[in-house]
Design a protein around this ligand. Structure first.
Ligand SMILES: Nc1ncnc2c1ncn2[C@@H]1O[C@H](COP(=O)(O)OP(=O)(O)OP(=O)(O)O)[C@@H](O)[C@H]1O
Ligand SMILES: [Mg+2]
Length: 384
């Protein structure tokens, strides 16, 4: 059967499926970071919460999508409860004290202690809905607290949400096993960068002499990170005060030094993560989409992920084609959407039609193009 690029409704087995979905149209999310672990109980939710708190204190708008549907702990750590409100446009996340937005299955249950007894596909579907149906509004970082392991739900998150990178949380015991490597390999298969690795419960600091006690033996996190070219490694000590704050639902009151001293390098990595910026040039004539040659004005849309954040207008009716192309370079335009789709060196050129703004949005929310299949070396025909 010929490919119609409608992966969601296609039953063919192929390795180019892309099931990414658009977030709710009232959400504008700049970066999505997945927090994963090989197994449960290693401190994934705590690390998610500390990173959220650290980023929030640095002035960012933060959302936490609790994808751990059967073991949700984010609402408790931030002391949010109660019914989630919704309207015809979607569901509204709850807000913690410091303004961190939270969506979790626990907020949808009549009683907090009700168990979630749904099967895998339903659970995965709910996670997808937290992306498509929740009105996150403006969020700089959406942190996704994944369920442990490399099963169905993490796979759905990777496939349906455009994750910009993942952070792996481990414990010292876990590092000597294959579990971490499985998480790294999963990210690799999905083409998602591993931004950092956190060894949680790495050591305990003696309250008197400040010596570090490695209760679980020597740390191996640096070796593992080296093995996989992961350049950001954090070691988070066991801290009873932090555990207490989690239990009380007051994680936002954590001593900021605990975050900065132990996760500071990871925060810096996240805060300097380059945004997927496109500067899209659309040539128009009399306000109507045209070719680059026929245009009287070039509109340059500066976009981040799926949002237009700035529009610049350049009048070009007295410029020849070369001068028009030269004008685009300092504006860092990398895409040209025109009525004829003419190709120009150094630009990603596409033919579009209809209203200018609609064409830009359609381009930004398009499904990624099919990637060419990579041939294995032995299958490459050599030209003699
Ligand atoms: N560095 C730490 N210092 C003190 N307590 C910690 C630390 N890390 C985790 N804990 C405590 O250990 C428990 C488990 O941590 P957490 O819930 O973050 O793990 P998890 O990986 O999200 O678990 P699950 O797989 O069940 O979702 C929590 O009570 C948490 O407060
Ligand atoms: Mg958890």
């Amino acid at each position: 059967m010929a490919c119609n690029n409608d992966c969601a409704n296609c039953k063919e087995k192929c390795d180019i499926k892309d099931l990414r979905e658009n977030p709710n149209k009232y959400s504008s999310i700049k970066k999505v970071i997945g927090v994963v672990s090989g197994k449960g109980g290693v401190g994934k939710s705590l690390v998610t919460s500390l990173l959220a708190t650290g980023l929030r204190r640095d002035g960012f708008e933060i959302g936490i999508l609790d994808a751990d549907i059967t073991g949700p702990s984010i609402p408790k750590i931030f002391n949010v409860s109660g019914e989630v409100l919704g309207n015809e446009y979607g569901l509204l996340p709850s807000e913690a004290k410091s303004g961190i937005k939270i969506m979790s299955s626990n907020l949808l249950l009549p009683n907090e202690t009700d168990p979630v007894v749904w099967r895998g596909p339903i659970i995965a579907g709910l996670v997808r809905q937290f992306w498509t149906d929740v009105i996150w509004k403006d969020v700089d970082y959406l942190l996704v607290d994944m369920p442990p392991g490399t099963g169905d739900v993490p796979l759905t998150v990777f496939q349906s949400i455009g994750v910009d990178g993942i952070i792996i949380v481990t414990s010292p015991q876990e590092l000597v096993s294959m579990i971490v490597q499985k998480a790294v390999n999963m990210a690799k298969m999905m083409n998602i960068p591993v931004l950092g690795i956190v060894e949680n419960m790495s050591y305990v600091e003696c309250p008197n002499c400040k010596d570090k006690i490695y209760a679980f033996g020597d740390s191996h996190v640096d070796e593992v990170a080296g093995l996989y070219d992961i350049d950001t490694v954090s070691k988070l000590p066991i801290n009873p005060d932090v555990a207490r704050l989690c239990d009380k639902g007051s994680i936002e009151e954590v001593d900021i030094n605990y975050i900065v001293n132990n996760l500071g390098n990871l925060l810096e990595k996240l805060e300097t993560l380059p945004l997927a910026i496109n500067n899209i040039c659309v040539p128009v004539n009399d306000g109507i989409l045209s070719s680059l040659e026929d245009a009287d004005t070039l509109i340059i849309y500066q976009t981040i992920r799926q949002m237009v954040i700035k529009e610049v207008y350049k009048i070009v009716d007295n410029l020849d084609l070369d001068a028009r192309l030269d004008l685009l370079k300092p504006l860092k335009a990398n895409v040209i959407l025109s009525s004829d789709g003419a190709k120009y060196d150094g630009f990603n050129c596409h033919k579009v039609s209809g209203e200018v703004y609609d064409a830009v949005i359609e381009y930004l929310t398009r499904k990624p193009e099919k990637k060419p299949k990579v041939l294995k070396r032995e299958n490459v025909v050599k030209d003699k």
